[in-house]
Design a protein around this ligand. Sequence first.
Ligand SMILES: [Zn+2]
Length: 449
Amino acid sequence: MNSNSEIVIEVSDLLRKGRIPPWKAESYIKDKYAIGSPDNILLAAKARRAYLEDISTQKFEYLKLREKPYLIDYSCDRCSLDLRLAAYDEYKYCPICGSKLTVSNPIEYYPLTANYIGGIEDYYSFCGRIEVKGDVEKTFNGILQYGTGLGPIGVTRGAYFINHYGGAVVKVMETARACRNLGYVFRKEETRRKSIGIIEAYLSEVRLRMNQLLSKWKGKVSFVEILPVEDMGKLYLFIDFTAEFKYFRGHGAISKAVGLAKKLIDEKLKIEGIPYELSAITQGYDGDLKPSPRNKRGRYVLVEVTIPMAEIEKITGKKVDKFIDFVSMDAKGTEKLGWFHHTGMGGEIVAGVYKAVKINPHSPLVTSTERIFSYPKGDNIVYGIELPNVEAGTISSDEGAITPLGREIIRVIGIRNSKEFSAYLGALVLAGEFNLSVEIVRENLYRVE
Ligand SMILES: [Zn+2]
């Protein structure tokens, strides 16, 4: 009889050799050692953790594992309502009528989430290793936080396909952009025109002062757009500042620097005797929380995989044209909603990654702007995704502190900087989207038996 620790070692070794997919660890332990639920659930989670610790050469210190990492079915007899709750959840009352819940009979146990590896307040999943090439050359150890629609199994399958066909080829911008907009309201066109001349002449000094402030975050103003805007008789002037950052997201940094620019330009206009109705840092034009194809924020990321047409036909069981038609049709549907870019699965994978690594922005709405595409190239199909605005800083600082758990997950994944984070994110989105496209085309999803 093997001890539990020997089983954990054996299963983690099988995972390392690729002999079993990570979501089969529970059933493998059950079938081979006759260890049923819930004990196999705990052992499978331990095996996946041991495997990740082995390949990353990191130890999980902050990602905790409960002794009862499973779900149980309960019901409220009064409401005829079924609930599935964590076994360690002590609040066992009906959320509707308040009655005490009863455990369903016979009792069944389920993992907290597929490919679970730990986490108490939030549930973490392994989602496969993914190989990237191009601007970043690395194999990342995929970790997601529970909550993606397709789930970690779909991403793991997609990662398997991508690795099998030579890896994901990534293009990632070297630096990330952050923007802030300074706006003025003028009463007369003449004063607005004069102010543009004064601001343009003063701009190099303003940029110098801003760069001194931004040097703390190794950032630099890269672009200033002066844009007169009219609406319903009002005369506005936008002065939009863009700065580039290598390590940080830069949002807080650019906000401070544009605060300085406002002070300097306000003073200058006053000295020059230029009256204005209002001077303010505006939120509308800087793209904060507004996903748009015109957004200047973050890093541009392009990730592609090239797959022989014959292989697409083999894995989908359909003619290759049907696969391309599906991708085009899906993108068209998004366009009909008035959304320039396609956001499918990606938006959920993006959130799952940000939640796992605990970095800013905690609401990664701008980053979720996504487009998927597919086109024939010789005897191959190129399948790809674009994320035009990946915002992230992976260094814990006054610009955005990262929890010890988040920092640990970053290390285990193998991310060293925000450029690598962007490549990892893009590759996981590609994996999830590709697997979803394949599953839909082969009519494996949403099928009623
Ligand atoms: Zn009830």
